[in-house]
Design a protein around this ligand. Structure first.
Ligand code: CA
Length: 415
């Protein structure tokens, strides 16, 4: 991720965002504090308030809380007071995560990635002979244009919630979460005001065989919009954690994470662990710095947890994209991420490049495998995808598998 990046940033359009690289790396005035086992939520609150802070959100699955300093207390003072408490295991900034953007290609758009021939394709067409539908998949991103004509049929909605009545009708802890959830505003649907999440969603599940626009790898699916990044493609770690909680609570077992940061958050790592305990696979973009992340880790891509599947970006010729991060132990496989044509805001289409575009192809394949066999665990799916790639010399020694996504082979590998 080229952006300074404690923000979980969506990983497309990196270069366009470079002008913003000097932005703050953490949410001003905020911290995440982690507590030791057995510290109740009420005690957490008292400890924070006693130190001069206020709890913004509790993150119960990771025994942490997002907090802010009260107006008369300096953040550094609050941090020191909390660190001195034996009930506290860590205090960290509420890092930003952000998208990584790469320049558009306005000249030509195609779907080489899904084509039948060519070194850049993922061998989708033989897979489509047996299956075109996929399981539910959460898109942790900037939201989704839920009424895009090429997406709307595939967008998940919460049938227990009433739109825009200001209430948490289904008492799941989120207000007015009808078309997914908006964690930036703290209420409402996951409506995209950036475009990144809509593009990612079209790669997963642009409606197929409808005589319109494009086809995603999944012709039909249930795409859950979990908006935690704002209109500049930036969101906080604490909202990302809340977003993973949301996805799990609403039944997604595949989560696409086209964002990252060079900053390591203990709270986010604990949430990845929690997701693992719920059998959830996180498909993560490797980032767009052109770096070896074994030497320069980025997160969540570099977390060692077994339920993280990290994806590099390849081109139409099967080369490693120049912007793509790589790593012999930290990156699992490649997938097309250069000049990818997909859905965009205002019911249009756009060509974008980035590992943000590569991860959702793999996430879609994961959801296709899970639709074939809902008993598959995260490890089964990860192994099927990683152990049945198409060998690619450009990825040898630069990824665990040394290959690119092969949807047909992975699908055939599960029964
Ligand atoms: Ca609700």
């Amino acid at each position: 991720m080229r952006r300074a990046a404690i923000v979980l940033c969506a990983l497309a359009g990196l270069m366009a965002a470079s002008a913003r690289a000097q932005a703050a790396t953490a949410v001003p005035g905020r911290l995440i504090v982690g507590f030791r086992e057995g510290v109740s939520s009420s005690l957490q609150k008292r400890l924070v308030e006693g130190a001069g802070g206020a709890v913004r959100a509790q993150l119960p699955h990771v025994r942490a809380a997002a907090i802010r300093a009260r107006s008369h207390v300096a953040l550094g003072v609050l941090e020191r007071r909390l660190r001195a408490r034996r009930e506290v295991s860590y205090v960290e900034p509420d890092f930003y995560l952000a998208v990584s953007r790469v320049p558009d290609d306005p000249l030509f758009a195609n779907e080489y990635s899904l084509g039948a021939v060519g070194p850049g394709s993922v061998d989708a067409q033989p897979a489509w002979d047996s299956r075109t539908s996929c399981s539910k998949i959460a898109i942790l991103d900037t939201g989704v244009q839920y009424n895009h004509p090429d997406l709307s049929a595939n967008v998940w909605h919460n049938s227990h919630e009433v739109k825009s009545n200001g209430k948490d009708d289904d008492e799941n802890g989120w207000v007015d979460d009808y078309y997914g959830v908006n964690l930036v505003n703290g209420k409402g649907s996951g409506v995209d005001d950036d475009g990144h999440g809509t593009h990612v969603s079209g790669i997963v599940a642009g409606r197929g065989d409808n005589g319109t626009g494009i086809a995603g790898l999944c012709w039909s699916s249930s795409v859950m919009a979990v908006k935690f990044m704002d209109s500049s493609g930036k969101g906080s770690t604490s909202d990302a954690i809340d977003g993973i909680d949301y996805a799990i609570h609403e039944g997604a077992r595949i989560v696409n994470c086209s964002f990252g940061s060079s900053k390591k958050s203990s709270a986010l790592q604990d949430e990845v662990d929690y997701a693992k305990s719920k059998n959830v696979l996180l498909v993560v973009a490797a980032g767009n710095d052109g770096d070896n992340i074994d030497a320069k880790p980025v997160y969540p891509a570099s977390f060692p947890e077994g339920n993280v599947l990290t994806v590099a970006a390849t081109t139409s010729t099967g080369a490693l994209a120049s912007f793509s991060n790589f790593g012999k132990s930290g990156v699992d496989l490649g997938a097309p991420g250069d000049r990818i044509f997909s859905t965009y805001l205002t019911s249009t289409y756009k060509t974008l490049s980035g590992t943000s575009m590569a991860a959702p192809l793999v996430a879609a394949a994961a959801a296709m495998l899970r639709a074939k066999d809902s008993s598959l665990g995260y490890a089964d799916i990860k192994n099927a995808l990683r152990n049945h790639t198409r060998a690619d010399a450009a990825l040898a020694g630069k990824t665990v598998s040394g290959g690119t996504l092969d949807v047909s082979a992975a699908l055939a590998a599960v029964h």
